[in-house]
Design a protein around this ligand. Structure first.
Ligand code: AHR
Length: 548
């Protein structure tokens, strides 16, 4: 009998004791079993899959990242100090900026030097301006935060900048010049001198450049063929100043296979094959909206008001990211046989309807519960499992917007449950991914009158020297789970664990109660070189195992 068959059989039949390695034993009380294979790795987990996204929208930049140098709120040259400190704690490797849809309406020249024009913010066009005025929301873009401020933010937190270029409304030459402003050597070009006058004599050496954003939608409403032609034009000659530029193409709407086929066919398939070796990334956005029928209308899910079915429903929708990764990867491989182009999931997270934002000015601001922490964790686990395919991911968005890690307004600042997930998962950054097999009974639930199922436990693992980190998501709202972890090809000498959980599925942090959801130590023991722990209902755990 194959080991996998036996495992499934033994779990189902409740067999008392099973012997696998020389000494590693599964014991009877296990509800779930995790095998980690020390000698099966798909390679290093790119630290950049733990990246973040900041757009000029609502309260992300203004009120979130930027408070201004004259503010009473503690800051480093205008950037909120508490945010800087928290970003250092999670070893934030990368930040994407300035959008999003905003990027394709942004002129970078407006955001440098002493004279900065006020423009209409992209997001004003999509909303009722009068209503936004009444709410006091950001309708106009003051351009106070521009390239130099963004680069300072990245430097302060030691993160790589990932800049999204405007393909819809600026000419290709302007993109070349933005690269020149950022990367041309000290004292070389007029733009380098301008940069020096703005406080940065040395080049920023920006490597990562997005070529438009959602070019099928807000970024130009192109067909894939039209976008491919624009992509060629924008990327055929970009000054590189010795910097290994990584160019990221605007991928499909959701899992639109057709967009990817037709773009890749244009780029790699025809007689005029594309020659720029810098094309390294294909962007994917995966939001989970939880759309459903409510009182005869199609409604988006609510961040705080949801039932058990909607808890699982959002998790299941987020989990679709794995099939998007594998589907897109397989299409890309039909044209880019060596898979030089990797996947860049540069926007993801549950996206709820309006109403739970902490301040009316925070467009797309929403509360973040323990459900969202599980959603984020299972997404990061999927990225880890596909470390050979996903090179970058940036969570949408960092602060005061969608799946945020931080919520703040004026001098009030809190971390959301998502912050803790990024802290717990930081050990995976740069570690070698290890294949895992998880065996646990599926969950049954009902949503909108329909019977559904979802997995009962899932996760990922990586190795850094003698330490193996295993992260696990346990979505079951009702029952704890006794989990055993065995390391195949080695044994566990000792282990420690951290957990994020709550008895209340709606639990979240607020200005009034900033520590409702936080991590704590989880008891775990090693017996016969196997790690044993009990995961509480609705939890995420990070287990650090020292190899024997
Ligand atoms: O993150 C908010 C918006 O969602 C982004 O600007 C856009 O790229 C996406 O549609």
């Amino acid at each position: 009998m194959q080991r996998r068959q036996f495992l499934q059989y033994s779990a189902g039949a409740g067999i008392g004791l099973a012997l696998f390695g020389k000494r590693q034993l599964w014991s009877a009380e296990a509800d779930a079993r995790v095998e980690v294979f020390l000698d099966e790795s798909a390679g290093q987990i790119s630290p950049n899959i733990y990246g973040h996204f900041t757009e000029h929208i609502g309260g992300v930049i203004y009120d979130g990242v930027w408070v201004g140098a004259d503010s009473k709120i503690p800051n480093e040259a205008g950037i909120r100090r508490e945010l800087i400190e928290r970003m250092r704690q999670i070893k934030a490797p990368m930040v994407r900026w300035p959008g999003g849809c905003f990027a394709d309406s942004y002129d970078w020249k407006d955001g440098i030097g002493p004279n900065r024009p006020t423009r209409t913010n992209f997001w004003e066009g999509d909303h009722d301006a009068q209503r936004l005025h009444e709410k006091g929301a950001q309708v106009f873009e003051p351009n106070t935060f521009g390239t130099d401020e963004f680069m300072r933010f990245c430097k302060l937190i030691e993160a790589e900048p990932y800049v999204a270029a405007n393909l819809r409304s600026l000419p290709a030459l302007s993109f070349d010049q933005w690269v020149e402003y950022c990367n041309s050597p000290a004292g070389s070009t007029t733009l380098a001198k301008q940069r020096a006058a703005n406080g940065a004599a040395d080049p920023y050496k920006v490597r990562y450049w997005g070529i438009g954003n959602e070019s099928w939608g807000c970024g130009g409403n192109f067909t894939p063929e039209e976008y491919a032609s624009e992509f060629r034009r924008y990327t055929t000659w970009i000054p590189n100043y010795g910097v290994d530029l990584q160019l990221i193409g605007s991928g499909p709407n959701g899992n639109d296979i057709d967009w990817t086929h037709r773009f890749f066919e244009e780029i790699f398939g025809g007689p005029h094959a594309y020659r720029n070796k810098g094309f390294k990334g294909w962007s994917i956005h995966h939001y989970s909206f939880g759309f459903h029928e409510e009182n005869g209308h199609r409604e988006q899910a609510d961040a705080l008001n949801f039932d058990k079915g909607q808890w699982y429903g959002i998790l299941k929708e987020c989990d679709l990211v794995e099939s998007i990764i594998t589907d897109q990867w397989s299409v890309m491989g039909q044209y880019d046989r060596e898979h030089r182009v990797k996947l860049v999931v540069d926007e993801y997270g549950p996206w709820y309807r309006e109403g739970t934002e902490l301040d009316p000015t925070h467009i797309f601001g929403q509360q973040v519960t323990v459900r969202d922490a599980l959603a984020t964790a299972l997404t990061l686990d999927a990225f880890n499992r596909h470390a050979d395919k996903v090179s970058i991911a940036t969570c949408a968005q960092l602060v005061n917007n969608i799946n945020a890690l931080f919520l703040c307004h004026e001098d009030k600042f809190i971390v959301t449950p998502n912050f803790y997930v990024f802290q717990m998962y930081a050990a995976h950054q740069g570690a070698d991914m290890l294949r895992t097999e998880v065996s646990a009974p599926s969950l049954r639930y009902s949503a909108y009158g329909k019977a559904e199922t979802f997995w009962g436990l899932n996760g990922s693992a990586s190795r850094n020297g003698k330490t193996v980190t295993v992260t696990l998501v346990h979505p079951d709202l009702d029952q704890p789970k006794d989990v055993q972890i065995a390391i195949r090809g080695g044994g566990s000498a000792s282990a420690s664990a951290t957990v994020l959980a709550s008895d209340d599925m709606h639990a979240h942090n607020s200005f009034a109660q900033p520590k409702m959801v936080a991590t704590r130590t989880l008891e775990c023991t090693v017996r016969d070189e196997t790690v044993h722990l009990r995961m509480p209902p609705a939890s995420v755990a990070a287990i650090r195992i020292q190899l024997g």
